[in-house]
Ligand binder design. Structure first.
Ligand code: TMP
Length: 253
């Protein structure tokens, strides 16, 4: 196969030039990082699971009318996406206190919030993705007031969709992060959900037991990350046929 042009390589994904203008191929790596890449590991099977799970969530969002970058899955690790201009923000929605919010405010993890809270971090690894107020976002020209209204509306729709889907399989959506991209149809600019939606970018707790089924398993050394993601995929009915890190063949009667 001809070598493809690499457009961008991040911590968990690689973007290659797509087959047509305006498209890219998004490749999901097995690499996991936490704490701004201070902690790293390769976790066999993670990329395959996230490719499937992101496809599942993005397809579902498209079906309820939330525009996003997903076009189609190409293979176990790759999906075709629309090329967007990424807004340099991590858009975080929280339903329950956890992670950095719990720490910042001294709240116990799992405390229900009075309403979903949307917050923004400036996407810059060197700075550790600092939390930024909307005032900064508009003053520095990363997004306009109209963009921010659209971004919050998108983020809350994604929150309602994901919360419902996860609730249906006995999982509580504690919080998540999305990224938003700009696309142009001639002179008309639109904002769409981009990047990925997967257990790498959400906090997912079993409703009954509170067991963590997301990247906190890796961040906090709580067990096997692939097992956690496999459980999410299994409950959602999107388990790929061929992802397993078990080595022993099983006899099927
Ligand atoms: P936080 O509590 O660490 O700020 O994380 C909030 C949510 O954002 C959580 O679901 C994990 C996700 N997240 C990312 O997807 N990427 C990141 O770099 C960070 C820090 C968090």
């Amino acid at each position: 196969m001809a070598r493809r042009k690499k457009i961008y390589e991040g911590k968990a994904k690689i973007l290659y030039e797509g087959p047509e203008p305006g498209t890219l191929v998004q490749y999901f790596k097995d690499d996991a990082t936490a704490f701004n890449a201070e902690k790293r590991a390769t976790i066999e099977g993670k990329g395959v699971l996230n490719n499937r799970l992101s496809e599942f969530f993005m397809t579902g969002l498209a079906n309820i009318g939330v525009p996003n970058h997903f076009i189609k899955r190409l293979n176990m690790r790759e999906q075709l996406i629309r090329q967007v201009e990424i807004i340099p923000l991590e858009v975080i929605v929280r339903n329950f206190a956890a992670g950095s919010m719990a720490k910042r405010l001294g709240l116990e993890e799992g405390t229900p919030l009075p309403r979903p809270i949307v917050e923004f971090s400036y996407k810059d690894d060197a700075l550790g993705d600092p939390l930024v107020p909307e005032e900064y976002i508009m003053a520095f020209g990363w997004a306009t007031q109209q963009d921010m209204d659209d971004i919050v509306a998108l983020a809350l729709r994604v929150n309602d969709f994901l919360s419902g889907v996860m609730f249906g399989v006995g999982i509580k959506l504690v919080d998540f992060k999305i990224e938003i991209g700009r696309i142009w149809d001639n002179d008309y600019m639109r904002l769409i959900v981009a990047d990925e939606i997967s257990p790498d970018s959400c906090r997912l707790w079993d409703i009954e037991t509170g067991q963590k089924l997301d990247k906190d398993v890796f961040r906090r050394d709580l067990g096997n990350l692939t097992d956690a993601y496999t459980e999410v995929a299994r409950r959602l009915g999107v388990l790929p046929t061929n992802v397993t890190h078990t080595t022993k063949p099983t006899l099927i009667n």
